[in-house]
Every structure is written in structure tokens, then in C-alpha cells.
Design a protein around this ligand. Sequence first.
Ligand SMILES: Cc1cc2nc3c(=O)[nH]c(=O)nc-3n(C[C@H](O)[C@H](O)[C@H](O)COP(=O)(O)OP(=O)(O)OC[C@H]3O[C@@H](n4cnc5c(N)ncnc54)[C@H](O)[C@@H]3O)c2cc1C
Length: 197
Amino acid sequence: MSHIPGPHHHPSIQTLTISQQKQTPLHVLIIGGGVAGLTLAAYLQKASSHPRSIRSFTSTVYEAHSSSEASDGPGGFGFAPNGIAAFAPLGIADEIVKVSGVNEGMIFLTEKGSVLGRWRIDKAEYEYPMVCILRNDLLCLIREKLNNEMSRVEYGKKLVDIDELADKVVAHFADGSSAEGDILIGADGTLSNIWSF
Ligand SMILES: Cc1cc2nc3c(=O)[nH]c(=O)nc-3n(C[C@H](O)[C@H](O)[C@H](O)COP(=O)(O)OP(=O)(O)OC[C@H]3O[C@@H](n4cnc5c(N)ncnc54)[C@H](O)[C@@H]3O)c2cc1C
């Protein structure tokens, strides 16, 4: 890992070191191509191209499902205004609203149908509405932001083992292939078992 000089160093030395760091991107292996994994890839890409960033990253998302299984994935997603706002810096918040159904309120029912509570959403209070979006539409919008040179997505890659070496990490997949990176991040959902490897 390169050293970033402190403020007492000569500015030109610091600039050189930072630009050197930017020239050697860290490669991030992201395990799981759900909302978290794809969003992380998009933000790493955005962070890398920011003029003041001192690091650049490339990433590959490895998703266990095949691409057709991933796009046929289950149903809808209730998306709250603050969740949509988190996608504004990626430039897709308005598109999310466009492809969604706006939800003006919610009713909470018991199993037998009696009303537990009602919640009306005051559109004026938030920048974005509450919406329902198809999970696959959301994933597609995020994936469209990925630039193939910096962030790729590979389907049918189920992580089965990890080797942590001194200067790199190696991910092993169920199909017998493997991939090397500088950092591995588990975005494999609530049933994550990456910690057990
Ligand atoms: C029935 C249900 C309804 C929900 N409704 C809502 C809702 O309305 N609104 C809301 O905000 N949230 C809702 N949630 C929660 C929401 O789905 C999760 O918070 C969100 O999906 C988490 O995203 P994630 O990317 O972390 O995980 P996930 O969406 O679970 O994605 C993880 C990905 O990792 C992949 N993966 C797993 N193991 C491996 C491996 N070993 N190798 C490679 N890939 C792997 C999986 O195939 C999956 O694609 C709901 C959840 C459920 C179960």
C-alpha cells in the first residue's frame, strides 16, 4: 500500500504521489450483484473519476445467478424517498421515479385484514416520492451506469472460497474459475456466508 505524505511535505511531492496512486487503480472484487453490489460498483467508479479523489478503483461484480435468473428475480421493491435520494449522485433518481409506480400511502393490515395503521406520504415533504419498482428495473438502471472498462459484472459466478495472500486476495468460484484483486467485498445479502470462508 503506498504512503500518502502528510501536509508538511512539499506540495509537488504530494501531488506526484497522489497522481501515481490514481494511475494504479485498486481492483475490487464485489461478491453479489444485488442492489448493494451494483451500487457499490457504480459509486467506486464515480469516486475514481472525481477530480479530488486520491484513489481510483476498478471492480468486478460476481453474481451467483445466471444473467437470466438475475433478471427474472422476484418482484417488487418499495422504495422510500431517502433511498431514491441516495441514487441522485449517480444520476438515476429521476429515472427510478419514472419507471416506478408512485405510492401515495400505505395501510398496515393484520393477517385477518383489520387495519393496524395508515400512513399517507406527504409528497411536499420530501424531494422524491415513495415508489414501488420492479427489482430488475432498479438493477438495470444501476447496471447501465457501469462503464465496462472500470466496472464489469459477471454472472454464474458463485463464490466458494477465498485465499487471502500478502498482497492480494483470490476468489474461487463454483465453476472452477478464480479471480484476483486487491480488495474483496461481500455484498451477498442477508444470508451472507462470506465470513465463513
Ligand atoms: C420478501 C422480501 C421483501 C422485501 N421488500 C423490500 C421492500 O419493499 N423495500 C426495501 O427497501 N427492501 C425490501 N426487502 C429487503 C431488500 O430486499 C434487501 O435489503 C436488499 O435486497 C439487500 O440488497 P443486497 O444487495 O445487500 O442483497 P441481495 O439483494 O440479497 O443480493 C445479494 C446477491 O448476492 C448473490 N450471492 C449470494 N451468495 C453469493 C455467492 N456465494 N457468490 C456470488 N453471489 C452471491 C445473490 O444471488 C444476490 O443476487 C425485502 C426483502 C425480502 C426478502
